[in-house]
Write a protein that binds this ligand. Sequence first.
Ligand code: AMP
Ligand code: MG
Length: 499
Amino acid sequence: MLNYSANAICDLEQRVYHPAMTLKNLSFQTPYLTLDSEFYDLTQPTPLDEPYLISFSPDAAKLIDLDSNSGDDPDFVSLLNGTLIADGSSTYAMCYAGHQFGNYNHWLGDGRTLNLGRVNGWNLQLKGSGETLYSRMADGRAAVRSSIREYLMSESMHHLGIPTTRALGIIGSKTKIVRNRMEQAAIVMRMSTSWVRFGTFEYFYYSGKHDKLEMLAQYVIGESYPHLVEDEDRFYKMFCEVVERTARLIAQWQAIGFNHGVMNTDNMSIEGLTIDYGPFAMLDDFRYGYVCNHTDRAGRYAYSEQPNISYWNLTMLSKALTPLIDKERMQKKLDDFGAFIYPDAYVDAIRKKLGLSIKLDDDIDLVTDLVVALHDVYVDHTLFFRTLSRYDGDRSPMYDIVMEPVILDAWLIRYDDRLSHETRTQGERQEAMLKTNPKYVLKNYMIQEAIELAEGGDNSMVETLLNIARHPYDEWPEFERYAGDTPEECKNCGLSCSS
Ligand code: AMP
Ligand code: MG
């Protein structure tokens, strides 16, 4: 029963009638700038020529209480282009280091990104806004191609329930940049509750500036783990939470079939978010060892390696934290990550995809055998789980989507047996699975179609994909072709880091 006290009504009215902010009264705070100047570089953006709007995300706007029509306001383009400096904002690039493909690089940092500050708990950034102190030999720019990829995929991951940074909008321009070919430059406005990376800690550890390391840890606790602020054991507990959040994140990547492609420690979030979308891919046919980043010849960041690499990255973080936290305690937590934190998170995620509501000890075997079967039967990852969501004991719809039905049959016999231990009805299971296993994910070939149109001035498909991404579990008869198998010539293609 609702409590209609005077205060409640007042609260309710405030929530309902509170006018959303417009771009004019958007107000920023810059708590990161309270840290020492070594943590950042104060730099002005370099605007793009003839900027124009490509897309605006009303869902992301809601997070900062920004009017959902702001995309129609010319000021929005100016904000993204860095020519409208909002109240309280100062533009700064963050300093960080990182292990790239296993090798330590001390000189990374935001080479093409400028932070504007924080609004309503979200830190806003312009990616592609020109050179900073950390640009090294690069141009500080981002191509329309890679910006659309990051924009669409981060919004898509959010709607799939996967922790991620967000994106508020994207602008294109007439500015040309050199990549493998001449490309158009863009700026995407990214948002995150934290932009601190494992590599931010590494920078101060390897500089030998352990007082700064502590300052950073305090900042991270205040920003991302505020419930620990007063805790005497806060640094250790922060590390534990990073380990647990990273485990859950990677389990979700594996479950949805996401290959990040560049899991360097500078691309690992201290909040366990998916950050820095580069040559990522959603799996087409399930290939366990798939490597989306074709610069990654050794397959270090293959889909199958993501759990191991996250452990390695957490180990690098623990090393950077040794001046603050007892090494053995951190090692014990890392051991737990491998022994049960990650495996449990992964099996839980797959159990959910399989519609299993109770936990049985040997579920791990069912899940492991499923991975082997998926690899052997040649089936589209998303299509498999979506089709399984309607499974009613008739195997023919499952046979229709695989190349090796006999192999799948052996697993389905076990699945039937496992379902017999469930207490939910078939209808309840199917309903839950249809809300867990998306009908649509954004595959690279779909995003590529949108990019090619956008490069020719037609942004309609970016909008279409954004809408599909916002409702991944819905049926869209007009987009049925995106729900099936990836066209043969587009399957499991790789992308390069160049962006
Ligand atoms: P990434 O692999 O995209 O996460 O980038 C690795 C590092 O290179 C980061 O420090 C980036 O800021 C920097 N970087 C990548 N592309 C550019 C660019 N076009 N201009 C300046 N810095 C860049
Ligand atoms: Mg990066």
